[in-house]
Design a protein around this ligand. Structure first.
Ligand SMILES: Nc1nc2c(ncn2[C@@H]2O[C@H](COP(=O)(O)OP(=O)(O)OP(=O)(O)O)[C@@H](O)[C@H]2O)c(=O)[nH]1
Length: 344
């Protein structure tokens, strides 16, 4: 019976767009419903899960947070996603709403398709696909050469073909959305913000709204409860990968670098910026030990924009490892990057 279905919101968006930041805001502000999270990311460093668990909100206890670290939820739906959902539904107190954070390279459509499988369809519905967008990256032309041309192409043909993998992932995420969140408006001036918003509207499906925010500050009432039933509407969500049963991520590379404890966070940031520029790194994140400090350092890089802060004290008995996940396009020079970051 459809009334009994649990709504699930899929949060998509390219690497570093602000998905975890937005979900954290939702957790802290949606007190009226019991939430569960499924988090998918690259590498086993588990940064997003750690950040979200640290919120410690009552309506989303730790046992309701599931991490799938295989890097691409859209490719492992049967092996990972379905069992994770089944485990969440088996809890004594069932979640009232499930939020799924996909990794930044995942295509949302194969995941939406999974909601059409009988085992899932009878229990869940896709309340909405939310595309979180790094407004600054769009303004800098990181993804699309010309969104207008793409919109035109989409109007003319079912499947669009480009050879820029960033662009393809970005466009797929935008075209599948029920709501677009233009994030990082603090990094845009008024004219840029208006131009990016207009571009996104053209890249998204007709009548999909673009909400402009910073730090993912969207009222949960706007995000949750869209009742889109996206699984019934797959045909209207064009993807570059429609002809494939499975897509591979050969276009991208990710690896984990272990570095010794550091003494100067600013020096590490300088190295990360240099490595990002020299090797076109798309995303870096992880936790780092700073010698003599009781707190661990959370380091986050999106392109050459790097942020860091001490997020919490190391726990007693916790291994004080300094590990960073590095993600870029295929051909990333792992050895050079690792050597740059490990320099004292
Ligand atoms: N300036 C600015 N930075 C932001 C904003 N929202 C998020 N960030 C920063 O952007 C970085 C990435 O944010 P996340 O929320 O981790 O992004 P994500 O989409 O979950 O990243 P992945 O899971 O790695 O794809 C972090 O350093 C955030 O603090 C914003 O509105 N403005």
């Amino acid at each position: 019976m459809s009334a009994a279905k649990i709504p699930a919101t899929i949060i998509t968006g390219f690497l570093g767009a602000g998905k975890t930041t937005l979900i954290r805001h939702v957790l802290e502000n949606a007190h009226d419903r019991r939430l569960a999270l499924v988090i998918n990311e690259f590498g086993d460093v588990g940064v997003d899960g750690d950040i979200l668990r640290a919120c410690g909100v009552e309506n989303c206890p730790e046992e309701n947070i599931v991490e799938l670290a295989n890097g691409c939820l859209c490719c492992t739906v049967a092996d990972d996603f379905v069992p994770a959902i089944e485990a969440l539904l088996a809890h004594e107190k069932r979640p009232e709403h499930i939020i799924i954070e996909t990794s930044g390279l995942a295509l949302p459509k194969p995941l939406v398709k999974a909601f059409d499988w009988p085992a899932i369809r009878s229990k869940l519905t896709v309340d909405g696909v939310i595309a979180v967008i790094d407004g600054k990256a769009v303004a800098e032309g990181r993804f699309a050469d010309d969104l207008d041309a793409i919109a035109q192409e989409r109007a003319e043909t079912e499947t669009i073909d480009h050879d820029n993998p960033l662009e393809e992932v970005f466009e797929d995420q935008l075209a599948c959305a029920d709501l677009v969140i233009l994030n990082k408006t603090d990094l845009l001036d008024e004219a840029e913000e208006a131009a990016v918003a207009a571009q996104l509207s053209r890249g998204a499906r007709a009548s999909v709204k673009v909400v402009r925010v910073r730090d993912g500050h969207v009222d949960p009432l706007v995000l949750l409860g869209l009742a889109a039933a996206a699984e019934d509407d797959l045909a209207n969500r064009p993807s570059h990968h429609d002809a494939e049963t499975e897509h591979d991520h050969d276009d991208f590379d990710s690896f984990v670098v272990s570095i010794p404890a550091i003494s100067d966070p600013a020096a590490l940031v300088t190295k990360l910026v240099e490595a990002a520029r020299a090797h076109d790194v798309l995303r870096v994140k992880g936790f780092v030990e700073v010698a003599g400090k009781p707190m661990r350092l959370l380091v986050q890089g999106v392109g050459a924009r790097v942020q860091h802060h001490f997020d919490r004290p190391w726990k007693s008995g916790e291994e004080r490892a300094s590990r960073l996940v590095v993600i870029g396009e295929k051909g990333l020079d792992r050895e050079s990057i690792a050597a740059m970051l490990a320099q004292p």
